[in-house]
Design a protein around this ligand. Structure first.
Ligand code: NAD
Length: 498
């Protein structure tokens, strides 16, 4: 009797634990889909982190149908009422910050401090856009006509599709969804396969905050199945994508083909120029934070550095010391740098460093031959003595790997920074206001950082890149994020006088 009861309790506990890490589609307010895809914890071999369904084109179709039905009533709701729901969802994320952050670490690998910061960011983003429910979005303009007023309005696109990557698995879904929703759009999101739980937490918070069924829908699954179906559906009026340049450019062709609006934020190869007049220790801290924070898995991460001769030695010595402090390990334990997200990314990091060394580069810090018995721990890597056209200098690695090259002077450094197919962020370390100002004007990147790490932006500022980093049409984040999700209308109102 006792043993049967305890077996039953154990089974119930096991089922609950499994339920807790199971993500499902959210379609028309219902949680659906069998959980057939396993996601393992990248820091703990053999530990299951999440389960999720592999969405089909039919699931995407059902989600778009639900969104299409729900959108008009949502758009008709007063904007402050829409905003109140977003703000309530933001508060819920904050209440749940620790448990969501722990799930995020288990499925993505970053440190618990980084994950908590990301959940807080998602919460702040929802509250920021929620508060915009009270803000004016149009203008009143004078008319050359008698007794006539001109106003402008922003109208929602309708149903929008969002496709997001794994590296900020709750912040990116939040910073795309919140401006879409406050503008009166309904959403269908396809989150990254590797991180289904984080997006599910966002969906739960929105649902618990009272978002009407069908306004926000989630379909998990493979990009080339669920993501592709989303991009191709003619009912999707706009698609906002963040991910690799290769996938983004493919989606652009599909969306341009049917003249739907498209926003792409893609890869980066972000450079920092360190000039002789900088403080070598402070410059090393700026570069290390940009290169090794978030395990280098940020589109804005620093991955190439150009130094002038006078500071080179001191800067490199300081950078090696900083790199040593970024101990790689389990993000739920004391590691300063979390695990690499997957075996594929881990091997990509190793191959990039190995190939550079085989071609003659010096590895000042790091290693490329570690095993994965203790999870995907990849030490911070610093490469020097590479040619400017080495793949480690030109191609995105997406890991904690930085190449340091010498340039004779500021002009050569600026030219090297700009000699890239990417243009997301660029930095300079200098005490010269004149050179910092010149750099801000001439560096070809969407975000410029003077004496600050290339990674990391406030939530209220426009974000996006140029060249192959972005469609460079609409910016994300801050109030400018509303532009992508709305279209402009000009209204003339005349008054008949008696
Ligand atoms: P990815 O391009 O492989 O995947 C991104 C998303 O696209 C995922 O949800 C994936 O399932 C989906 N997808 C993949 N193939 C698809 C297809 N054929 N059709 C439709 N959808 C498809 O990128 P990733 O590995 O998840 O993320 C890393 C990349 O994201 C890096 O290149 C990084 O620079 C970039 N990134 C850019 C920014 C930015 O703001 N610029 C921010 C974060 C990450």
């Amino acid at each position: 009797m006792t043993s049967t009861a305890s077996t039953a309790t154990k089974t119930a506990t096991a089922a609950t634990e499994r339920d807790l890490i199971t993500a499902r589609h959210l379609i028309n307010g219902e949680w659906l889909g069998g959980a057939d895809t396993e996601r393992m914890n990248p820091a703990r071999p053999g530990e299951l982190a999440a389960l999720s369904p592999s969405g089909t084109a039919e699931d995407v179709d059902a989600a778009i149908t639900a969104a299409t039905a729900a959108q008009p009533a949502w758009a008709a709701l007063p904007a402050p009422s829409r905003g109140a729901i977003l703000m309530a969802a933001g508060n819920l994320l904050l209440d749940r910050q620790t448990s969501i952050a722990e799930d995020l670490v288990r499925e993505e690998g970053k440190t618990i401090a980084e994950a908590k910061g990301e959940v807080k960011r998602a919460s702040d983003v929802l509250r920021f856009f929620g508060s915009l429910g009270w803000a004016a979005t149009g203008e009143v303009l004078p008319s050359g006509l008698q007794d006539t007023t001109i106003t402008t309005r922003r109208e929602p696109l309708g149903v929008v599709g969002l496709i997001t990557p794994w590296n900020f698995p709750i912040a990116i879904p939040a910073w795309k969804s919140a401006p879409a929703l406050i503008s009166g759009n309904a959403v269908v999101i396809k989150p990254a396969e590797l991180t289904p739980l984080s997006a599910t937490h966002l969906a739960r918070a929105l649902q618990d905050a009272g978002l009407p069924a069908g306004v926000f829908n989630v379909v998990h699954g493979k990009g080339r199945v669920a993501g592709d179906a989303l991009a191709r559906d003619p009912r999707i009026a706009g698609m906002s994508f963040t991910g690799s340049t290769k996938v983004g450019l493919g989606l652009q062709e599909i969306l341009n083909g049917r003249r739907a609006r498209v926003q792409l934020e893609m890869g980066g190869k972000n450079g920092v120029l360190v000039l002789d007049d900088a403080d070598p220790r402070k410059a090393a801290q700026v570069v290390a934070a940009g290169a090794f924070g978030l395990t280098g898995q940020a589109c804005t991460a620093t991955s190439r550095v150009y130094v002038t001769p006078g500071i080179r030695e001191d800067f490199l010595a300081a950078l090696v010391e900083e790199a040593a402090a970024y101990t790689a390990g389990d993000g739920l334990e004391a590691a300063k740098m979390g695990a690499v997200v997957s075996s594929q990314q881990f091997e990509q990091n190793q191959a990039a460093v190995r190939t550079a060394v085989e071609r003659g580069a010096k590895l000042l810090h790091g290693a490329y031959d570690g095993g994965t018995d203790a999870g995907f721990r990849f030490p911070a890597a610093i490469l020097t003595d590479l040619p400017f056209d080495d793949a480690a200098v030109t191609e995105e690695i997406f890991g904690p790997v930085v190449a340091v090259l010498e340039v004779p002077d500021y002009e050569a450094g600026l030219a090297a920074i700009n000699d890239s197919r990417y243009g997301l962020t660029a930095g300079i370390c200098t005490d010269s206001l004149a050179l910092a100002t010149d750099f801000a004007a001439r560096a070809q990147a969407g975000v410029i950082k003077v004496n600050r790490p290339t990674a990391g932006l406030d939530l209220n500022v426009p974000f996006g890149g140029v060249k192959d980093s972005s469609t460079n049409t609409f910016r994300e984040q801050g109030k400018s994020a509303l532009d992508f999700f709305t279209w402009g209308k000009t209204v003339y109102t005349g008054v008949y006088l008696p």
